[in-house]
Write a protein of this length. Structure first.
Length: 153
């Protein structure tokens, strides 16, 4: 299987999606960050010197989804219809789970936007909690659904 982002000479290229139809597309991704008990308690308390960890991480994730083409060189610049970000507490594993869903009407999918949102959301939690836990670990970052194109997940 060859990469659509390489031409026959192996040179990087942006895929031409101009002939594809504009369709409603959505993608969801998820991931988690494991924190020690102190950092987890502070993260869910909504009371830190930097503000609410969850609120700030949510805004960061949404902002990142909107800037995906600035971060990933060969991504198309998409006009997003909606980005939804949720954080859930996983007490059993001392973790926060971030799930992001991106939606658009476009010629190409929004899975990169959903994945970037999750990564940046989790990194923001890390940034806001690093003074309490330098051993936080992000894991299980993955695409969980993609609809609207020819390769649905």
């Amino acid at each position: 299987m060859s990469s659509t982002h390489l031409n026959k000479d192996g040179t990087a290229r942006m895929v031409d999606v101009g002939a594809k139809p504009v369709t409603a597309r959505s993608a969801s991704a998820t991931g988690k960050i494991h924190l020690n008990d102190v950092a987890l308690k502070v993260a869910i308390s909504n009371n830190t010197p930097k503000g609410s960890v969850i609120a700030v991480a949510t805004v960061a994730a949404i902002s990142a989804a909107k800037r995906t083409s600035d971060l990933i060189p060969l991504c198309h610049n998409l006009s997003l219809d909606k980005v939804e970000v949720k954080f859930e507490l996983d007490e059993k594993n001392s973790a926060l789970i971030c799930t992001a869903t991106a939606k658009t009407h476009a010629r190409t999918g929004v899975e990169m936007e959903a994945l970037v949102a999750v990564h940046i959301g989790l990194l923001t939690v890390y940034d806001m909690c690093k003074s309490m836990d330098r051993k936080m670990k992000m894991s299980d970052i993955q695409l969980i659904s993609k609809t609207g194109g020819t390769h649905n997940v």
